[in-house]
Design a protein around this ligand. Structure first.
Ligand SMILES: *Cc1c(COP(=O)(O)O)cnc(C)c1O
Length: 409
């Protein structure tokens, strides 16, 4: 008699994006033909740069000839792409070995899968508000109790509050936790941890033999040179942190699919020696994954070439100009905004302390703009709202114009 994994039933109902889609659709049904502007979903919109397209084409062409055809590749990704990733770290003074890089089909799969190499009795800590994947995958794995709908929390998870008074970066937990998820630049708040802030977590983790799972998917959006793009810029991180990154946002690969994780040889848990966690992740990938697509890796190598980096940077600059326009527009009508300087997200405080979902409806009905309610990312997101800078410039300009003209404050 087959049974199912009952932990799935604990997942909080009404996932954020379906609810947004449903409310938007309902509004459109009542107002047929109306044009709405979407500043909601964190997905890239601009075409891939020419160098990346060339790289992808080359990857395809290699498959057309018997002398260059290849089948299954290395589980960890081919050496040239791992070396290209290493060169990128080198620019920030971080040295990583080829054996420590695991190329994958994206940062979401990696950040979801990584928990599987850790014991089910580990206590996890997450930022609140947070990218939902870290929590949901631990729910499925059975590391949490039930969802407490009154508090908006899962029992058994340590939520590290990120709010205005701590600049949206938490202090270390008071009690001992084992696995700590950190995301910087942060989705949804658009705020970036400083080196000192990351240091407090690295010190905590080394002291308690905890492990930090650091999601750096937006690192390429950091503008300020003194802000860390990798946790390994912080002294002592190699023994306590796994870093996860992606080509999705930096090179427009959300649909192409490519990411990587760094699992340092020096990393240790309470019950392992150096190298063992690296070997466990290799074992996990060999068992569940056959390596990233060879065509896509050719595109990834092109994105990391000098020309590719330059072209990707122009794309990032484009989105960051969108972010600047959104931020400036909102500030001009006296809305308090955070983020948006080193990340493609603007985290706005709802006017008059409105609840996030009430503001969602107000913004949709009055300004015809769709955004993302902060409360969907965790209870500390209540009273906030996320606007995404991914989008075509003309849509962004129209949306801001409409907010300025039509939102009744
Ligand atoms: C978009 C995003 C990712 C990227 O995931 P991919 O699977 O590489 O597309 C990872 N983490 C966060 C926080 C994100 O917002």
């Amino acid at each position: 008699m087959a049974t199912v994994n009952k932990h799935y039933y604990k997942l909080a109902a009404g996932y954020l994006f379906p609810e947004i889609a449903q409310r938007t659709e309902h509004f459109l049904k009542q107002n047929p033909g109306l044009k709405i502007m979407r500043l909601g979903i964190g997905d890239t919109t601009e075409p891939l740069p020419p160098s990346v397209i060339e790289g992808l084409h080359q990857g395809v062409d290699k498959l057309s000839d018997v002398s260059t055809y290849t089948g299954y590749g290395a589980y960890e990704g081919e050496v040239p792409i791992r070396e290209a990733i290493i060169r990128q770290y080198g620019r920030r003074g971080v040295s990583v070995d080829v054996s420590e890089i695991f190329v994958s089909d994206g940062a979401k799969p990696d950040s979801g899968n990584i928990q599987s190499i850790f014991g089910t009795d580990n206590r996890i800590a997450v930022q609140d508000p947070v990218y939902p994947v870290y929590i949901d995958t631990n729910v499925i794995a059975g590391r949490t109790g039930p969802f407490n709908s009154e508090k908006g929390y899962y029992e058994g998870i340590t939520y590290m509050v990120c709010n205005e008074s701590n600049g949206f970066f938490p202090s270390v937990p008071e009690k001992k936790v084992d696995l700590i998820y950190l995301c910087s630049p942060n989705n949804p708040t658009g705020c970036v941890a400083t080196k000192d802030q990351l240091s407090t977590f690295v010190d905590y983790a080394n002291q308690h033999r905890s492990i930090i799972l650091f999601d750096a998917a937006y690192s390429a959006f950091i503008q300020q040179d003194d802000l860390p793009r990798s946790i390994y810029e912080v002294e002592g991180a190699k023994s306590c942190a796994i870093e996860i990154n992606s080509f999705s946002k930096s090179a427009g690969f959300t649909g192409v699919r490519l990411g990587w994780s760094v699992v340092p040889e020096d990393l240790i848990a309470e019950d392992t020696k150096k190298g063992e966690i690296n070997a466990l992740w290799r074992r996990r990938q060999c068992t569940f994954f056959n390596g990233p697509s060879n065509v896509v890796q050719a595109g990834g190598i092109a994105a990391l070439s000098d020309r590719g980096m330059l072209e990707c940077q122009q794309m990032i600059d484009y989105y960051m100009e969108n972010a600047r326009l959104i931020k400036k527009g909102l500030q001009s009508i006296d809305i308090t905004v955070y983020g948006g300087d080193n990340a493609p997200y603007i985290w706005m405080k709802t006017p008059k302390s409105m609840r996030s979902w009430d503001f969602f409806d107000k913004l949709l009905h009055e300004a015809k703009v769709v955004g993302t309610p902060g409360s969907g990312f965790g209870p500390s997101g209540e009273g906030f709202f996320r606007l995404s800078a991914f989008g075509h410039r003309e849509n962004i300009i129209q949306a801001i114009q409409s907010i300025k003209e039509n939102l009744k404050l």
